[in-house]
Ligand binder design. Structure first.
Ligand code: NAD
Length: 446
């Protein structure tokens, strides 16, 4: 086999609870993506240190040949880099909690990426992600940024508009997670045994066609299953070890979303747009998803990191390989070694969906090689999806315009346009509360 050039990678958002699993996943994939340097970068030194000290031990035991550095200094972090893997959360979980709880005061669902919560988070993330792009271009102008920081739709629109020539690829794990569930339903070993067609916006899309490698149509079996169980795996008879309760609700609810268009399979996030009242009613205003993560995942992962650091070994660690995140390796490999992998990416539409805004950032299959993604044409889409997507893309574009122009008016319009928010009065009330809560993060609006 041909020699693969080892890569230098910086993970931005080093203090993320996902970082240890992503490091383990990178080590697990070292044969197809060899690594010479790994760096962690964050702007919160205390938080990153919890993860970084454990990662140092993991690497010294399992891959001592990899040069390792954890830093909060952009110059050190972004110099001599091939890839920036970006998963930052501007405002951290404390602000996610606000994104979820402020709308709930008005009976509106507060969610990480959809509706008012997603808009607020977008207004925080744009500056943070642009800053990473600028560091990368200053210190490693040939590098690529693989971004999976949320809200991906708004971040992607901001980079399209404000950094149009930057080498940044926006990717989401939700379709990948759902395709893994479909593969289980079909009894396949891997989602990679399926060829999929899909179109939409990020967290707002539909599968239109799924075939196996022999050309067999897999849609009928999937539709039958999803019409009964959504994406929950409860219908498989086994009792799979499942995630947190809020995710189980989301997987199950896809069966109701599916009824709206039985020709396609929906992304689970569409439930927030079609059943916003129900989502709000099912939320506990005192204990939202942010609380669930802080009490669950964050305690577990940080606890384990601190245990590793104290024991000075990770030989017996319970931290698992973040296998589902291997799409990041697929993407890096496609760029580094020109593998022409077919992947769903968030890219400028530019005619791929023929009857849709060419300047919209859409999520569609692309062939990825060293020169970036080549999007695959999706043809015309039906009125139902087109109407929904036009409304939602208007929200995303208005948010980015509001951020650029520091415009209160445009941000109010974005809130009022969101399908999740019932009227312009509620939109204004939520907005005014959010301005107050976000004053350390948003530009000052006028
Ligand atoms: P987290 O809070 O655990 O970690 C994020 C880290 O980013 C924190 O350590 C924080 O200090 C750091 N950070 C914040 N602003 C920064 C900045 N301007 N510069 C550098 N570092 C900064 O959050 P998490 O739950 O791990 O999520 C991280 C991000 O990844 C979120 O945006 C989340 O939605 C996203 N995510 C995306 C996918 C996907 O596939 N799209 C999957 C999972 C998580």
């Amino acid at each position: 086999s041909k020699e693969l050039k080892p890569q230098s990678i910086v993970i931005a958002g080093g203090g993320s609870t996902f970082t240890p699993e992503i490091i383990l996943m990178l080590l697990d994939n070292a044969e197809t993506l060899p690594i010479r340097t790994l760096k962690l970068y964050d702007n919160d030194p205390e938080r990153q240190k919890i993860v970084a000290d454990a990662v140092e031990i993991i690497l010294s035991e399992r891959a001592p040949h990899i040069e390792y550095l954890a830093t909060t200094d952009p110059k050190e972090a972004f110099t001599d880099i091939d890839f920036v893997m970006a998963h930052i959360r501007v405002g951290k979980y404390a602000m996610r909690e606000q994104d979820e709880k402020i709308p709930l005061k008005y009976g509106v669902i507060g969610q990480e990426t959809c509706g008012p919560g997603g808009i607020a988070y977008g207004m925080r993330s744009i500056g943070g992600v642009l800053e990473l792009v600028d560091y990368m271009e200053r210190y490693s102008p040939d590098a690529w940024m693989l971004n999976y920081s949320n809200p991906a739709a708004i971040v992607a629109e901001a980079t399209r508009k404000l950094r149009p020539n930057s080498k940044i690829l926006n990717i989401c794990d939700m379709p990948i997670g759902l395709e893994s569930r479909m593969a289980k339903v079909l009894g396949l070993e891997s989602r990679k045994e399926m060829d999929v067609r899909y179109y939409g916006l990020n967290h707002f899309g539909w599968w239109t066609d799924i075939h196996d490698k022999n050309g067999n149509d897999l849609m009928p079996k999937l539709k039958e299953y999803i019409s009964k169980h959504g994406f929950s795996l409860e219908g498989l008879g086994k009792d799979p070890k499942e995630n947190d309760p809020s995710w189980m609700d989301t997987y199950r609810k896809a069966k109701d979303v599916y009824q709206l268009d039985p020709y396609t399979l929906p992304n689970t996030y569409l439930k927030y747009y079609f059943f916003p009242d129900e989502a709000a009613e099912h939320s506990d205003p005192n204990f939202t998803r942010a609380n669930e993560v802080m009490a669950g995942r964050e305690k577990r992962v940080f606890g384990e990191c601190m245990r590793i650091t104290e024991m000075k070994t990770a030989k017996d660690t319970k931290l698992e390989v973040g296998a589902h995140a291997s799409y990041i390796v697929d993407l890096a490999r496609a760029i580094a070694y020109n593998s022409h992998e077919r992947m769903l990416l968030i890219v400028p539409n530019n005619g791929s969906i023929v009857n849709f805004d060419p300047t919209a950032m859409v999520e569609i299959p692309c062939i990825v090689g060293s020169n970036g993604p080549e999007p695959l044409t999706q043809g015309e889409i039906p009125r139902f999806q087109k109407g929904l997507m036009e409304q939602q893309v208007a929200v995303e574009k208005l948010v980015v315009e509001a951020w650029v122009e520091k415009s209160y008016q445009k941000l109010w319009q974005a809130f009022a346009t969101s399908k999740i928010i019932p009227n312009a009065k509620v939109a204004k009330d939520i907005l005014d509360n959010m301005i107050e809560a976000n004053k350390d993060f948003w530009p000052e609006l006028h």
